[in-house]
Design a binder for this molecule. Structure first.
Ligand SMILES: Cc1cc2nc3c(=O)[nH]c(=O)nc-3n(C[C@H](O)[C@H](O)[C@H](O)COP(=O)(O)OP(=O)(O)OC[C@H]3O[C@@H](n4cnc5c(N)ncnc54)[C@H](O)[C@@H]3O)c2cc1C
Length: 285
C-alpha cells in the first residue's frame, strides 16, 4: 500500500505553496474541496488520490460572496447551499440560486462547492449553464501569479480544463443583473432530487417594448461541453414572442445541440426537452 500525504492548509498562501513545492518535486496532488465528486470517483481506487491529497475546505479566503463595482465575486469554496440562500445572489443573479438549489440533495449541497462543479467540467454540471450566461470569469492562482480566464476558455472537454498542476481556482466573477433583466434555469432529470440532468437550459434577456434583447442561452447535457446556443439566440433576439417564432424553436435547437444517447436518455429526448423548456421560458417572460 502506497503512502499518500494529506494536507489541510488553513490559508490560501499555504495551499499555494504546497502546490508549488509538490509540482517542483514531481509529486502529483489531488485537490479536494467538498469531496462529493472526488470521493465517489476514488472509491476503492487508491491510485486516484495520486501522491498527496490537498484538502482546501478550511480556506476562508475562498468562501465569500461579495460585490465589486458592477460584478459579483463568488469564492470557489462556496457551497451550493451557501449560494442557494445568498440574498445578494437572489437579488442580483437569481439564476445561480435557482441552479444551486436543484443540485443533488441537502447533504450534497452542503458539501459540494461551485469550484468543484466547475473543475469537474462535466457537461451535466448544473451550475455551469448559468455561469455561461452570466459571463463568468475565473481567477486561477498559483504561488507566483494570478490569471483570469472566461469560463468558455477554461473548459476544454468532458473532465478537461486548462488549470495547471500548481494552480487553484479561487474566485468566480459574474455579471450583476440589471433591473429589467430576466433569467431562468430549467432542467429535466429522472427525479427532482439526487438525479443528474438529462438536459438543461439557462436563459438571460431583457424585455424591451415587447421584444427580447441581449439574449443569451446556454445548454447543458446536450454536447461534450456546455453549448452557447447561438442559433436560438439569433432567432429570439429583437423579436416579438408569438406562435410563429415559437414554432421555429425546435429547428434552432437542433442546429445548436450535439446530444448523445446514453444510459440516462436518448438524443431525441434531450433536444426535444430543450425546445420545450425554451418555449416555456419565453412564454413566461
Ligand atoms: C449523490 C450525488 C449527487 C449529485 N448531484 C449533482 C447534481 O444534481 N448536479 C450537479 O451538477 N452535480 C451533482 N453532483 C456532483 C457534485 O456534487 C458537484 O459537481 C459538486 O459541485 C462538486 O463539488 P466538490 O466541492 O464536492 O468537488 P470535489 O469532489 O472536491 O472536486 C471535484 C474536482 O474539482 C477539483 N477541484 C475542486 N475545487 C477546486 C479548486 N478550487 N481549484 C482547483 N481544483 C478544484 C478536484 O480536484 C476534483 O477534480 C452529485 C454528486 C453526488 C455524489
Amino acid at each position: 500500500m502506497k503512502n499518500i500525504n494529506g494536507f489541510l492548509p488553513l490559508n490560501l498562501e499555504e495551499a499555494l505553496l504546497i502546490l508549488k513545492h509538490s509540482y517542483k518535486n514531481g509529486r502529483k496532488v489531488r485537490i479536494v474541496a467538498g469531496g462529493t465528486d472526488v470521493m465517489a470517483r476514488g472509491n476503492g481506487n487508491q491510485s486516484f488520490f495520486l501522491d498527496s491529497v490537498l484538502d482546501i475546505s478550511a480556506l476562508k479566503e475562498i468562501q465569500e460572496i461579495k460585490t465589486c463595482e458592477d460584478k459579483i465575486k463568488i469564492g470557489a469554496g462556496c457551497t451550493h447551499a451557501q449560494i442557494a440562500k445568498s440574498i445578494l445572489l437572489k437579488n442580483h443573479a437569481s439564476i445561480l440560486t435557482k441552479a444551486s438549489s436543484v443540485i443533488g440533495s441537502p447533504q450534497i449541497r452542503h458539501r459540494g462547492t461551485i469550484g468543484g462543479n466547475i473543475c469537474n467540467a462535466s457537461p451535466v454540471g448544473d451550475i455551469l449553464p448559468s455561469l455561461y450566461v452570466l459571463n463568468a470569469v475565473l481567477t486561477l492562482a498559483s504561488a507566483s501569479q494570478k490569471r483570469e480566464v472566461p469560463i468558455k476558455e477554461f473548459i476544454k472537454g468532458p473532465g478537461r480544463t486548462i488549470i495547471q498542476p500548481d494552480e487553484l481556482l479561487t474566485e468566480i466573477t459574474v455579471d450583476m443583473l440589471g433591473e429589467n433583466e430576466f433569467t431562468d434555469y430549467r432542467r429535466s432529470a429522472t427525479r427532482k432530487a439526487l438525479a443528474i440532468s438529462k438536459s438543461s437550459v439557462a436563459f438571460r434577456g431583457i424585455k424591451k417594448e415587447g421584444v427580447l434583447v441581449g439574449v443569451k442561452i446556454a445548454l447543458g447535457s446536450v454536447g461534450p461541453v456546455i453549448i452557447s446556443a447561438h442559433n436560438c439566440e439569433k432567432l429570439i433576439e429583437g423579436k416579438k414572442i408569438d406562435e410563429e417564432m415559437l414554432a421555429q424553436i425546435p429547428s434552432a435547437v437542433q442546429a445548436d445541440c450535439k446530444p448523445i444517447d446514453d444510459l440516462r436518455s436518448t438524443k431525441e429526448y434531450r433536444s426535444h426537452v430543450v425546445g420545450v423548456f425554451l418555449a416555456e421560458i419565453l412564454r413566461s417572460c
